[in-house]
Design a protein around this ligand. Sequence first.
Ligand code: ADP
Length: 311
Amino acid sequence: DDVRNQFVSGAKLGEGTYAIVYAGHYRHDPTRLVAIKKIKLNTTLKDGIAPDAIREIKHLSELSHPNIIQLHAIFSTKEQNISLVLEHLPLGDLEGLWKNHSISYGTPDIKSWASMLAQAVWFCHENFVLHRDIKGNNVLIAADGTLKLADFGLARSFADASRKMTCNVITRFYRPPELLLGCEHYGGKVDIWSTGIVIAELVLRDWFLPSNTDAEQLLAITQVFGTPTEETWPGVSTLKLAAILGASTRPQPMDYWRTKFSMLGPDGIDLLRSMLIMDPNKRFSARQVLEHRYWTSAPRPTKKEDLPKQG
Ligand code: ADP
């Protein structure tokens, strides 16, 4: 195949649930590095790649933004596998960064990463693309320090097309309350919640709302934000799983936020809380996030080339 021959595949870089990733480069220019992500398709049921997934990939290939991973090409191999040729991002991901205690970082660094992430999410939404799986592990870092939103649920949507479509979008810790309550008509606000959780984790250098089950996840959320009521979240009682909301808990006081997230300062805390409003109608949109005063108030974000790096 024509496209496949444009690339040379090298050493294995890593393996995830849905894909094996290889280092590679353009055949005509070995200095142009890429990552080749070979999707693990279920071989017993290989007839259907969902047309939706194909459409989504076309969409991603047209999304061009400095903070979104670039998709160079897509090709299929002889075994009817699908490979995505992606921008090579060698400096790990945000989860690896906060877990790596040999790296220290501070307030302006967090503002810089949060800003690049917020711009990526804004650009997706502006182009009518929902990411639906934003988490630290899907936010990669380029060699020059630029943050890149990656993994548009693509590997999963391809792999699942040959298995069974799952409706469980978003890894549990990052899943917003409307999804946990069975809401079927969700929008961009799901990505804003997940982005807020990623920023919180960067500050805490720990999980913010970990859990072992969906019910526990909802409990973890209500213990911080309080049990939603018709007053705080109009319509919440009509959601499919509203009955699983337990006894009413009160939201944590402002001191909880000032203590835990002091690194963000008052403006950062205000923005974080606006991204983590339980009612998706009240939760900030990507545009509102970018318009917040946090980005322009002191301190200025670290320049990307000066950010602390892994590896
Ligand atoms: P997971 O999300 O479970 O890590 P992936 O299939 O996305 O699984 O990636 C597996 C591994 O491959 C990653 O942990 C990373 O080490 C590497 N990798 C993924 N994408 C890239 C990329 N664009 N550039 C460089 N390495 C990558």
